[in-house]
Design a binder for this molecule. Structure first.
Ligand code: NDP
Length: 495
């Protein structure tokens, strides 16, 4: 079997017509505005959701605030861990349904949906569950003078910040939504999520499953709407923290709005223009496979994926020849086709953006392979490799977030480091070599939140993830997220 059959549960869900998930139930929107959800495989309308107005935002935040102070505050850390684990189990139990729902909206391959949006999300939730009982402070002995024999001690408490606004992009709606839910729940916060209007459905189903897992009503809420809704949500005085994942320009707007609202805490997981470096000794065949796996996954619509490829001049010709040949062999097909290796871009606006870069490349660059739209319904384009046209080439400087890899030859390690760091971004980078000593000398010089060796793009919930420079503020995963979702309270005692 290659093309998956749509599950009955998915057809029913698509046919319902959705509103907002607030205080454990669906609440119709008062705005009368709706959003059509489009299938990128064929451009057809899949479903319609209602757009939230200010009234639903207020209700969602109020319900999250009530739960934060009431039902959720009464749940012990161990019980929170149990509920998050149960929630992870339900995500897996309903994995195929969620995977299909999200695949239909985002154009992501069903295999990737199963592996990342379901499998990796469940693993991440379990990681967060393990942190719920480990929100530790420290004990400190102050040095106040003792006048009459009194003594002092002090300790710190990790306290949840409160209601979190989670703003989610369209590339991995379930996974990124669940990272934010997991971090909020583990630390005792509650959350109001705003998915992208391109992919609003799966997080509504996820919120239903949170209730089924026994997580109290109001702890997880989902509002649908566009950027304006996000802004209004940030401005709500009961939002204690904004956790935003998206592009750099929007992240800057979100950061400014959060500061202006109430010096609201903000963590920003933003875009990148990630560089991979192939040193002269690299195994070319292995590197071709690795670069295809990491640069073209989900059609390049992955924040951590490399878009700039620095290749030692001695291997540029054989590497690019083999890469182009391998890309031309990829099976292009529908997201629900289990054998397809490359699918459509996620939405029409993004197709237009990528087509703009194709036009630029055709006029200014050497196109090694690809560079065209594929003649079939939906938003399909060719996996593409181009040679950079100078250091100021927009293909080298701007985040494309698509399947275009720009290749730059280099000669020396010093030149390589200068070029890799010549970007405002700093999310991920990689070095591909068997020369460990050289790699370990290069790694500290590379300005990125994560540097990979002989791999790229993969994430693990035990390993902190986030950007430096314009790629963001804050970290997901590891134990680093705890700083972002808790306040540190000092308690000083005289006895
Ligand atoms: P956007 O920045 O366009 O949007 C992200 C979310 O923010 C959407 O829900 C969007 O709604 C909303 N939004 C837009 N304007 C505002 C505003 N003024 N205030 C509050 N919310 C707003 O990103 P995309 O959805 O296009 O996602 C792609 C981007 O996300 C890429 O740059 C990618 O690198 C980045 N990303 C970063 C990751 C990381 O972990 N570092 C992971 C995944 C993606 P609307 O769609 O209606 O505009």
């Amino acid at each position: 079997m290659s093309e998956n059959k749509i599950l009955p549960a998915v057809s029913v869900f698509l046919g319902k017509g959705y509103s907002h998930f607030i205080d454990g139930a669906y609440l119709p929107g008062a705005s009368g505005q709706t959003i059509d959800v489009i299938n990128p495989d064929n451009g057809a309308t899949l479903a319609t959701v209602q757009e939230a107005s200010a009234a639903e935002i207020t209700q969602a935040v109020a319900s999250a605030r009530r739960a934060f102070k009431g039902t959720w505050a009464a749940v012990s850390p161990a019980q929170r861990a149990l509920l998050i684990n149960r929630f992870a189990d339900l995500i897996e139990t309903h994995g195929e349904e969620l995977a299909q729902l999200e695949s239909l909206c985002s154009g992501k391959s069903i295999q990737l949906e199963r592996m990342l949006e379901i499998g990796f999300s469940a693993t991440s939730l379990r990681h967060y569950a393990g942190s719920a009982t480990r929100l530790n402070g420290e004990t400190i002995t102050p040095s106040f003078p003792s006048m009459m024999g009194e003594q002092y001690t002090a300790f710190t408490r990790r306290e949840p910040v409160g209601v979190v606004a989670g703003i989610v992009p369209w590339n991995f709606a379930i996974m990124i939504g669940l990272w934010k839910i997991g971090a909020a729940l583990a630390t005792g916060c509650t959350i109001v999520l705003k998915p992208s209007p391109f992919t609003p459905l799966s997080l509504l189903r996820v919120a239903e499953l949170a209730i089924e897992a026994g997580i109290p009503a109001g702890v997880v809420n989902v509002l649908n709407g566009g950027g304006q809704l996000g802004q209004t949500l940030i401005n709500d005085p009961d939002i204690a923290k904004v956790s935003f994942t998206g592009s750099v320009p929007t992240g800057i707007e979100v950061g400014k709005a959060a500061m202006a609202a109430n010096l609201t805490r903000v963590s920003l997981e933003l875009g990148g223009k990630n560089a991979a470096a192939l040193l002269a000794d690299v195994d070319i065949d292995a590197a071709v496979g690795g670069i295809i796996q990491t640069s073209y996954v989900h059609q390049g619509q992955v924040c951590a994926a490399p878009e700039r490829l620095y290749v030692h001049r001695s291997i540029v010709e054989p590497f690019t020849r083999k890469l182009a040949a391998a890309l031309q062999q990829l099976k292009i097909g529908s997201p629900l086709d289990e054998t397809a290796q490359f699918g459509p871009l996620s939405n029409a606006a993004h197709l237009d953006k990528v087509m703009g870069y194709f036009k630029h490349a055709a006029e200014h660059n050497t196109v090694i392979c690809g560079g065209k739209r594929i003649e079939r319904p939906g938003y399909y384009v060719e996996p593409t490799v181009v040679l950079a046209n100078g250091a100021q080439d927009p293909l080298l400087r701007e985040e494309i977030f698509g399947p275009i890899l720009t290749v730059v030859p280099f000669d020396t390690d010093d030149e390589l480091v200068t070029c890799m760091n010549d970007t405002p971004y700093g999310l991920t980078a990689s070095v591909w070599t068997n020369d460990l000593s050289r790699a370990l000398r290069l790694i500290p010089q590379i300005e990125a939140g994560t540097v990979y060796l002989n791999m790229h793009t993969f994430l693990d919930p035990a390993v902190p993830f986030g950007g430096v420079k314009a790629s963001g503020i804050g970290r997901e995963f590891g134990s680093a997220f705890i700083d972002d979702y808790t306040e540190l309270k000092s308690v000083i005692v005289r006895y």
